[in-house]
Design a protein around this ligand. Structure first.
Ligand code: AMP
Length: 297
């Protein structure tokens, strides 16, 4: 059913058929549609994607869905921040023209038994410590694409592995849309914005700066001519290890196009890391581009 959100000038769709009907009408009018998938708790990182879509497309659909299938059993699904009304206000101000916010039962009818699985790019890094995470992401994003029928979909480089997995999915399954990757938005002190930053205590918030500091060290080493991904990874590790509360999940320097392991950095490489500070798992990354100036993502 279509529901206009109370006092917020945006139409919210709650079922795939209603969302599809709206998108098909817009397409018939010749309009281009951008889609920005989110799990809500919107911050400036999400809003930058909505702004990019609004700048490049006639219509922008923000989707808000906390997807249970991409959380592990011991993860934060239950306490994930949810505030739809406030998210919708922010989304409208950033340029969203409609929203898709299905309930879990609508997204996953009883006896749902089909998954979309990427088996290469999704296996290492976050895929290793979060075994079914990317299967949840590729499945839900496929369903969001089928509901929203976008011409373009906007994703943050903050979730670098996710971006590559989704690009591969769109290519391999012939989705008729373009994936647009957008730069990481950071707090003034360098911490990458994340809905999970809300979990950080004051001390953990300070300790969390070790992620960006580690990436700075990687960028500096690269600028100084170091091209061995292992050496760069070890330098980042040594720096982060100095913070007592930091528990390193992974620090990897891989090929930036497909996350394959590399011996030396000859083509763009990504330094990606996941670190738990206290109880909060944070991710961040930077792309190192040979023959270019430092590239800040
Ligand atoms: P999430 O709600 O965490 O699933 O994120 C929804 C989208 O926002 C994903 O494409 C993320 O990569 C993107 N995103 C999250 N944080 C940032 C950030 N700090 N900068 C840019 N994009 C972000």
């Amino acid at each position: 059913m279509t529901v206009a959100a109370k006092n917020i000038p945006i139409t919210v769709f709650r079922t795939p058929s209603e969302m599809q009907a709206w998108s098909r009408d817009r397409r018939r009018e010749g309009k281009t549609i951008g889609c920005v998938p989110t799990m809500g708790a919107l911050h400036d990182g999400h809003l930058s994607l909505i702004r990019a879509s609004a700048a490049g497309c006639d219509e922008t659909i923000v989707t808000i869905f906390v997807n249970p299938t991409q959380f592990g059993p011991d993860e934060d699904l239950g306490k994930y921040p949810r505030d739809e009304a406030s998210d919708l206000k922010l989304a409208v101000a950033a340029g969203a023209t409609s929203a898709y916010c299905p309930a879990v039962e609508v997204m996953y009818p009883e006896n749902s038994s089909v998954h979309v699985v990427e088996v290469n790019i999704s296996t290492g890094l976050c895929g290793e410590s979060r075994p079914f995470h990317f299967r949840g992401v590729t499945t839900v994003v496929s369903k969001l694409f089928n509901a929203c029928l976008p011409d373009r979909a906007y994703f943050g480089m903050k979730d670098y592995q996710q971006l590559l997995v989704l690009r591969r999915m769109v290519r391999d399954l012939d989705f008729l849309l373009e994936i647009v990757g957008c730069p990481i938005v950071r707090e003034p002190d360098g911490l990458a914005m994340s809905s999970r930053n809300k979990y950080l205590t004051d001390k953990a918030r300070v300790d969390a700066l070790c992620l960006r500091k580690g990436l700075d060290i990687a960028e500096q080493a690269f600028e100084n001519g170091i091209r061995d991904p292992k050496v760069i990874g070890e330098m980042v590790r040594d720096s982060i290890k100095q913070v007592e509360s930091a528990e390193i999940d992974y620090i990897e320097c891989r090929d930036a196009e497909d996350l394959s392991e590399i011996e030396t950095i000859e083509n763009p490489a990504v330094v990606a890391l996941a670190v738990t500070i206290g109880k909060t798992r944070l991710i961040d990354n930077t792309v190192l581009s040979p023959d270019k100036e430092r590239k800040d993502v």
